[in-house]
Design a protein around this ligand. Sequence first.
Ligand code: 2DT
Length: 208
Amino acid sequence: MASARGALIVLEGVDHSGKTTQCMKLVEALKKHGQKAELIRFPDRTTAIGSVINDYLGNKCELHDFAIHLLFSANRWEAVPRMEKLLSEGTSLIVDRYAFSGVAFTAAKGLDMRRCQHSDIGLPRPDLVIYLTLPPEEAAKRSEYGGERYEQTDFQKKVAENFKVLQEDDWKILNANQTIEELHTHILQLAKEAVTKSSCQPILPLWK
Ligand code: 2DT
């Protein structure tokens, strides 16, 4: 019998919704429950492509909107062999942003959403997408926006609208306006269910 694969679990949401904190807590909790789990962040700024993305986000260089879009996408594709290997070995991946951020952010600049989706078609499809909601005004209050590109309330509002368009029926929408522990308990429950449910299922392609 083939051994159980890991689950691909994605957390999405607007800036300051607490995604990164929750991803880290989830990985630790799954490990405590005896599951193999690893955190993956997109953009992954540690690769050559990620370093260009980092410069772009830090306003150190300018790129055509579609060129940077494709780099974000390539940054996911370059991670796919490792992701597939880990999943097949039974490690669940907790992913901090994925293709949905890619499309929601680029489309917020006015680019066609379908065109934006194209470069991510066929990526491993998540077994679970958790979307953390928070009104952008609330998000801005949580901590000061830094100097990175995109950290403006008006832009974040457009991003949130685009996430709504991308949202699929099976997404789990959670209100981020609760304590870290309350949110974590809920997320852990959903993640455990996804790990059990996906263990014997094939990994499907995204948006195909
Ligand atoms: P972090 O603050 O999470 O490091 O993200 N972004 C992200 C895109 O525009 N396209 C993408 O494909 C991804 C994954 C969201 C840095 C910023 O990069 C944006 C915020």
